[in-house]
Write a new protein. Structure first.
Length: 99
């Protein structure tokens, strides 16, 4: 009696890479939100790098909605970008994994 195993999908490696990339992008944005809320020193090189990267990634979503309080603007503006990157990245990853 033969047993058959399913061969790995061709797109599984690429799908995994897309998911990891989406996770890293969302992590950078989430890290900036956390650093902002904790009042991190913006003169620090690491904080400045994270801020620049997150600003570049969330450039399209930051002013989509405006709020009176700055911390709400940061959380919603950057958070929306992080959620979109995660959603789209994992949808594309799932599609590639099934190919």
């Amino acid at each position: 009696m033969r047993t058959y195993t399913r061969a790995p999908a061709r797109g599984s490696g690429l799908g995994r890479a897309v998911a990891v990339l989406a996770d890293v992008l969302a992590f950078v944005i989430g890290l900036w939100i956390l650093l902002y809320l904790l009042g991190a020193n913006r003169g620090n090189a690491f904080v400045d790098f994270v801020h620049d990267a997150a600003t570049w990634l969330a450039n399209w979503s930051y002013d989509l909605f405006t709020f009176d309080r700055e911390w709400v603007q940061v959380v919603v503006g950057y958070g929306l970008a992080a959620v979109v990157y995660l959603f789209i990245g994992h949808v594309v990853s799932g599609w590639l994994y099934r190919r």
